[in-house]
Design a protein. Structure first.
Length: 123
């Protein structure tokens, strides 16, 4: 999953893998558990995908000397490992860890998407 996030980072001409790149990679993966969780909250995965891509923007063209993984993504992976326990970390573990960590703009986009749907349901 981190390789897909790294490619997303390169696609946006960024030199770091952030939580937003990770969320785009998770949505691109179309993991059934992740999609069910979004659906249960009335969140449209394609809307979130488009919003995260807009938020990412595009960096300056640069020579690729290496890609950094942000401290936040390291925390997310650590939380996912705790969640997974003895088994291999899966996409849903990363998705839940991203939400649990909560400090990224990717997590904020997910919260807003859930809030929009809660407001729509109340109307």
């Amino acid at each position: 999953m981190l390789r897909v996030a790294e490619q997303e980072c390169r696609n946006h001409s960024h030199y770091y893998v952030g939580a937003e790149h990770l969320l785009v990679a998770l949505l691109d993966e179309r993991d059934p558990s992740t999609l069910r969780a979004l659906d249960a909250e009335g969140i449209d995965a394609s809307e979130v995908h488009a919003e995260v891509r807009r938020a990412l923007g595009t960096g300056d063209d640069r020579l690729w000397e290496g890609i950094l993984i942000t401290p936040r993504v390291r925390r997310i992976v650590g939380l996912a490992q705790e969640r997974a326990g003895d088994r291999e970390i899966g996409p849903f573990d990363l998705f839940e860890a991203l939400r649990l960590e909560g400090g990224s703009s990717a997590a904020e986009i997910l919260r807003r998407a859930g809030g929009r749907n809660t407001a729509r349901a109340a109307e």
